[in-house]
Structure formats: C-alpha cells, structure tokens
Design a protein around this ligand. Structure first.
Ligand SMILES: Nc1ncnc2c1ncn2[C@@H]1O[C@H](COP(=O)(O)OP(=O)(O)OP(=O)(O)O)[C@@H](O)[C@H]1O
Length: 625
C-alpha cells in the first residue's frame, strides 16, 4: 500500500506531467548567447584579440576662412563674402594688401593642410569602409551559418514538439491510469477502512467477550477450587462408604437368604389366602342366604329447598342397626277427637334423609360382590314420583352424588353391556332371550357397547338419560313414566374357577300413578300410560308374591308357575328375580306430609316383598380350563 508520502510524490509527479515540459529555447544550451553582430561571430571571435577600433569621425581641420572650409565635413560657421576681399586687393595695395596677402597665404596654407587632412581622412575612410565591408561579409557568413543553425534548431524543436505531443499522450494515458489506480486505491482504502472499522468493532466485542470469559474463568477457577475441596471430601467419604458398602454387601447376602426364606413362607401364606378366599366366599354367600334372597332397603330423601309442603312425621328409632322407620299421623275423628296413628315398619336397612350415596352403596356392595361369585343380582328402586329413585340408582354428576350404578361399575370396572339405541327414539322391536343352560339373559337387536372404565360408563349413562328424556318427550311422556334397566355383566376369576353373574340395576317408573293418576282418570292418554305402568308394577308384585308362595311351599313346589311373562319388565328380570338370584328392592320415600298416604302404600308393598322367600340362589360357575 502506498504511503501518504508516496502519494504526495505521485501527486507531484502528476503536476509535473500536467505542465507542458518547457523545451529548451533555441540555443538554450547557450542561454546567454544572443545574436551578435559579426563582431561576436565565431570567425570574428577568433580574431577577437584584434577587435577593430570603432569608427571615429574625421576631425575637421581648423579652418580660419569660411570659404576654404567648404567641402569638408564641418562647414564653417561664418564665411566672409569673397567679393569684398577681392575688391580690396584690386583698389589699393599698401600695408593693408600685404596683410591680406599674408592672410591669403595663411588661408592657402590652411586650405592645403585641410585638403591634405581631407585626403588623409578619405584614405582613412576608405580603409575603414574596406574594413566594414569585410565585417559585413563576415557577418553575412555568420548570418548564413546562424540561419542553418536556426533551421536545424527548428527541426530539432519540431522533433521535440512531436516527442512532447507523444509524451503528453503518454502522460495523459498515465494520468488516466494513475487516476484509475488512485480511484481503485481509494475504493480499496475505503473498503479497508470499513473492514478496519468492522475489525475494530469485532475487536471491541471480542474484548468484551474476553473480559466476560476472564470473569467466567476466574469464577470457574474459584468453583474449581471449591469443587476440588469438595472432591477431596467426597473421596474421603467415598472410601468410608465403600467400606460401608462392603459391610452392607455382607448384610445383603444374609438378608437374601432370609428373603428367600420369607418368600417361601409368603407363598405358603398366599396358598392359605386363596383357600381362605374360597372359604370367605362360601361364608359370604351363606350370610347372604341367611339374610334372605329378597331384601328391602328403605330410603327417605331429604326435604328439598324446592319443597313447599310440610314435612311428614317420620322417626328412625333403631339407631344401632338402622332397620326401623316409624310414621305417625294425627287426624280428627267424627266426634272431633284427635286420633293419632303410628305405623311401624322394619326392613333390612333404613336410610335416613341424611344418608350419603357412599353409605348406601356400602350396604349394597356386598350383594353386588355376589355377582363375581356367579350369582344373578337384581337391585331395583321402587317408590312414588320424586321420592329419589333415579338419584339412588344413577345419582348426580359429582363423585359425591354418584349413584349405585356408577359406583357398582367403579367397584368392578369390568366389561358391561348397555342398552342404547342407534337413534334418540328406538323404534326397533326387541325380544328377551334366556339361555336355560347358562341362565344368561339377552335382548335382541340392541347396541352392546364394551366399556373399559367407570368414566366411560358415566358419560354413557348421561347419553342414556338424555335419550330417555328425548324418547319420553317424543312419546309425550314424562321421564318418570318409563322403567330404566342397567345390566352389568361381571366375570370373576378365582384361581382356576371363573364365575359369571349379572347385576341389574332398575329404576322403576313412579309407583303413585297406580293410585292417583288412575283415580283422577282425567286424561285418556295418562290413563293408558298409568295402566301400562300399573300392569308392569303389578306384574312385579305378582312375581314376587308367587316366588314367596313357592318359597313357603318348599320342596315339591318346583313346578309352580311364576308369571314372569305378564310384563316385559318381569320377563327381562326373570333370571334375576328367580329363586336362583338375589334381589334387593330400594323403597324410596318422600319425606313430605302430603305424600304420607303414598308412602304408607309403598311401605306396605315393600313389607310384603320383604317377607317373601324366593328360595336359594344358585351360583353359575364354570371351569376356566
Ligand atoms: N338422597 C337425596 N339427597 C339429595 N337429593 C335427593 C335425594 N333423593 C332425591 N333427591 C332429589 O329429589 C329430586 C327427585 O329425585 P328423583 O328424580 O331421583 O326422583 P324419582 O323417584 O326418580 O322421580 P321419578 O319417578 O319422577 O323419576 C331430585 O331433584 C333429586 O336430586
């Protein structure tokens, strides 16, 4: 890269090239030489030592008579008239003429001397002329020589000028090249300056990074120092731990031996537990049988904020076993006396309004457990509209309010079959089929949906509830005017034995319609519906009654007819209501005084059911092999 000094030099060179180079003036090699008269010509110069004397004006002779001096270079200033002089010399001679003669003589003398002087001057002049002519010739020679020299010099100058033009072109080219180079160099310089700036910036950043790195390094160094110390400590601890590990290894070997022994003992215990489970099942079912195969649970719902009626007088005196409910009513006799009536009822379990869903389920869970042991179980809810049947069986949306169905599913989490039509309102005709060999019940043309979790069951129940209400609306019915049956098929595996049972959870239509709606009989459609419900509920009562009679008759009554086919409900539940199954009836009661009569009717029916013995349930077992 050219330095600034070099640039300055280049610029100076450029300036010099810009100035037209002054050719040396003609004869510049001899700058002081001027064209000189022939006196200075080289040929004269040789005779320079004998430089001719300058021409001197010939001195006029000292004429005393003006007439005598004429013809000379210096005419006399005054000249006496010659006539007077002549006159005087003719008219008288005497002393005065001698003077004039003398005078004349003198003049004659002077004249002759002047003429001789003039001759001498002329001679000298001629001589000078000759010399001058020689000089002129010499000068002409010099002139010719100088003219030649001038022509040669002009040629030379022409050549020089050509060279100059050529040199100027070259200079112009060089200048352009130089300008280009300068431009390139300037661009290069700018680029380098930019690069330089970038590098400076990079350098600044790098310095910042470096500073940070230095700080990091110093921090790491101090960390390293700490870590080294910690490492030393850990190494020491490690050695100690290794020693402990060795000790522990010995202990582990000893413990392994003990564990093997414990495992052997555990296996023995497991075998004992399996045997115990078989015994437990036997005992459990014996207990269930002792309790009776038709059982009745009574549940009174709490008073709701929306209830405007007065609360009925209900009491639950059995605080230990919760098996009693007492209803009291007071009325006025025709004589105007207050008549107080008390009704006592006893069931397998009575749930007060405060009983939670969990408490209720705890009581039915043992019965539901029988399904895994291969029994058919039927749990149905019976009661007037609004007494809490749906709440008991299906429950609310939360964990806490979940009813018996989701809780039963939660308990087993097994494959289930749900009755769900493809459309909101299922118009297909379904038939109920019983397998006499297996005791299984099947409904034709229904959707059977395999489910794998309790949450799936809940969402399916939601869909079922929705469709039930849509179907009811389409049929111009209220939801309470249809029965809902939820069947859970359960397979239990215990060792080599596999048991299959079904759990039917039934939400019956409102029972009070049997009396109230029928008695009013205002609407035809209502009456027809009520009759249908009445028929199915009556059929249920008839089936239970027939089963009771059969059970009471004991051996020999095997062939007794049970009217299952009188309604679809009883036919569907045949296998669950037969002597081979376990049945639980929930009697749901309203706590309101206005519903007291309905409640009493329901309680009487439930008592009848509770007193029924339907025989001994049979287990449906099959070998898994
Ligand atoms: N144990 C209870 N705790 C709290 N609320 C209850 C309980 N039982 C019933 N209810 C409430 O009482 C109202 C009526 O209950 P539900 O609908 O279950 O009666 P139902 O007997 O099924 O009526 P229907 O025969 O008309 O279907 C519902 O709002 C329900 O949430």
């Amino acid at each position: 890269m050219p330095t600034l000094k070099r640039k300055a030099e280049l610029e100076e060179e450029d300036e010099a090239l810009d100035q037209p180079r002054k050719l040396p003036a003609f004869g510049a090699s001899r700058p002081n030489r001027t064209l000189q008269p022939s006196r200075t010509a080289p040929n004269l110069a040789k005779a320079g030592s004998s430089v001719p004397k300058p021409l001197t004006k010939p001195r006029a002779p000292n004429l005393t008579r003006s007439g005598m001096t004429r013809g000379t270079s210096a005419p006399p200033t005054s000249r006496p008239p010659p006539a007077r002089t002549t006159t005087r010399s003719v008219s008288g001679r005497g002393p005065a003429s001698s003077v004039e003669d003398r005078r004349f003589n003198q003049l004659q003398t002077q004249l002759s001397s002047i003429e001789s002087a003039r001759a001498a001057d002329a001679a000298r002049l001629a001589q000078d002329m000759e010399a001058e002519r020689a000089k002129v010739a010499e000068l002409q020679e010099n002139h010719a020589a100088l003219s030649r020299e001038l022509a040669a010099a002009r040629n030379h100058e022409l050549n020089q000028r050509r060279e100059l033009v050529h040199a100027s072109d070259e200079i112009e080219g060089l200048k352009k090249k130089h300008a280009r180079e300068v431009m390139d160099l300037e661009m290069d310089m700018k680029q380098r300056e930019r690069q330089n700036r970038e590098l400076t910036e990079d350098l600044r950043l790098c310095r910042g990074d470096l500073d940070r790195e230095r700080e990091t390094v110093s921090a790491l160094k101090s960390t390293l120092a700490l870590q080294s110390t910690a490492h030393l400590t850990l190494t020491t601890q490690n050695k100690l731990l290794e020693a402990q590990v060795e000790a522990h290894a010995k202990m582990v070997a000893e413990l392994t031996l003990k564990l093997e022994e414990a495992e052997r003992v555990a296996e023995e215990r497991r075998i004992e537990v399996r045997e115990g489970e078989i015994v437990r099942r036997k005992l459990h079912n014996m207990v269930q049988e002792l309790k009776g195969n038709i059982r009745v649970f009574c549940r009174v719902r709490p008073v709701l904020p929306s209830d405007s009626d007065e609360e009925a007088n209900m009491a639950f005196p059995d605080k230990r076993e919760h098996k009693e409910i007492v209803l009291s009513s007071s009325s006025e006799s025709a004589m105007g006396q207050e008549r107080k009536e008390v009704y006592n009822f006893g069931f397998d379990k009575v749930f007060e309004p405060s009983a939670s869903q969990a408490e209720v389920f705890e009581e039915i869970s043992q019965l539901a457990q029988s399904c895994t042991d291969g029994y058919n179980v039927c749990i149905f809810a019976y009661g007037q509209t609004g007494s809490g049947k749906s709440f008991t069986m299906e429950g609310g949306p939360t964990e806490e309010t979940a009813g018996m169905i989701p809780r039963a599913v939660d308990q087993y989490n097994e494959t289930i079959n749900d009755l769900l039509g493809a459309h909101d309102f299922d118009k297909k005709k379904h038939e109920i089929k019983h397998d006499p060999k297996t005791g299984a019940t099947r409904v034709t043309d229904i959707n059977v949906v395999p489910l794998h979790s309790a949450s799936q069951v809940r969402s399916l129940l939601g869909v079922a509830q929705k469709r039930r209400s849509v179907a009811a609306t389409m049929m111009n019915e209220r939801s309470s005017r249809s029965h809902s049956v939820f069947t859970l098929r359960i397979r239990g595996v215990c060792g080599a034995e596999q048991c299959e049972g079904s759990l039917n959870l039934v939400d019956l239509a409102g029972s009070e319609r049997l009396n109230v709606s029928f008695a009013n009989g205002a609407e035809k459609e209502r009456v027809r519906e009520t009759q249908a419900i009445n028929k199915s509920l009556s059929a249920l009562g008839d089936v239970i009654a027939a089963l009771g009679e059969k059970g009471a008759a004991g051996v020999g009554a095997e062939g007794k007819h049970i009217p299952y086919r009188n309604s679809k409900l009883t036919y569907l539940l045949q296998n669950s209501l037969s002597g081979n199954s376990k049945t639980l009836m929930f009697l749901n009661l309203s706590p309101l005084a206005a519903h007291l009569n309905e409640s009493l009717t329901s309680l009487r029916f439930a008592t009848k059911v509770n007193n029924t013995t339907i025989g001994t349930a049979k287990k449906q077992a099959r070998s898994s092999s």
